[in-house]
Design a protein around this ligand. Structure first.
Ligand code: PBG
Ligand code: ZN
Length: 282
């Protein structure tokens, strides 16, 4: 594989021990939470690594919580890192994602992640009705205290490239436009956020962040829930690449970009710049 332009801190093929160490560094810098993505040893049609109680996320969650109990562990909840075809759900014979069968597997995954000790689950699949399905499954298993951080407005974006490279999760065929949102449609994003709130979401997320500041603001103005914004891998890589070429001042550019995300209305910012920023702001 070709070398990535910028490595993604905390994403690039860490071992479980490596993840525990990264988590410890994050915590010592004052970062309150980490978001975990799993890269299983083997992928299959049904993404079974996602809901395996001994899966990579479950093992990492247990290990991180044992070593750093006060650091919040958020488990990203999706099938695309675990499916051989790279889609976020189970495929029907015609190659289209089967929404309802996927919901069952996502619910199993949420319960397994929460039982492993995840402080919150963050569904990033964009299936219809998932927040309600997850809330129901968690409650049934005595996990009513586990919050759901819903990727409510997740756009079909070109800025996910470096992540897909790292997680080897680019769809083997087709694209994700059947379930991710149209970048041109802001009203739909507000509607999706409202649906997630009605289904029981505890935090609403917008992803990516910088091309969608207006969406962050619109959702901010339409709810009392906390809003998270995910400054994704391509946004990170652009700044890193430009700074590496001496075109911009990295520190000033990062702080300006993240300030813009906060100004737009995000209460929580998820970013690969976290360790750098925490160091600069000490
Ligand atoms: C999919 C998922 C994506 C990312 C993480 N999980 C988007 C996608 O591949 O469609 C991207 C994160 C990033 O770019 O930093 N569930
Ligand atoms: Zn996915």
């Amino acid at each position: 594989k070709r070398a990535p332009i910028a490595s993604l801190p905390g994403i690039d093929h860490l071992s479980i021990d490596g993840a525990v160490e990264e988590a410890g560094i994050a915590q010592s810098l004052g970062i309150p939470a980490v978001l975990l993505f799993g890269l299983p040893a083997a992928k299959d049609e049904l993404g079974s690594g996602a809901y395996d109680d001994e899966g990579v996320i479950q093992l990492a969650t247990r290990a991180i919580k044992a070593a750093h109990p006060d650091l919040l562990v958020i488990a990203d909840l999706c099938l695309c890192e675990y499916t051989s075809h790279g889609h976020c759900g189970v495929l029907r014979a015609d190659g289209v994602v089967d929404n309802d069968q996927t919901l069952e597997l996502l619910a199993r995954t949420a319960v397994s992640q929460a039982e492993a000790g995840a402080d919150a689950v963050a569904p990033s699949d964009m299936m219809d009705g998932r927040v309600g399905a997850l809330r129901g499954a968690l409650d049934e298993h005595g996990l009513s205290e586990t919050p759901i951080i819903a990727y409510s407005a997740k756009f079909a974006s070109a800025f996910y490239g470096p992540f897909r490279e790292a997680a080897d999760s680019a769809p083997a065929f087709g694209d994700r436009r059947g379930y991710q949102m149209d970048p041109a449609n802001a009203r739909e994003a507000v509607k999706e956020a409202r649906l997630d709130e009605d289904e029981g979401a505890d935090v609403l997320m917008v992803k990516p962040a910088l091309p969608y500041l207006d969406v962050i603001r619109r959702i901010r103005d339409s709810t009392e829930l906390p809003i998270a914004a995910y400054n994704v891998s391509g946004e990170y890589a652009m700044i890193k690449a430009a700074a590496a070429q001496g075109l911009i001042d990295e520190r000033a550019a990062v702080l300006e970009a993240l300030t813009g995300i906060r100004r737009a209305g995000a209460d929580i910012v998820i970013t690969y710049h976290a360790k750098d920023v925490a160091t600069w702001l000490r």
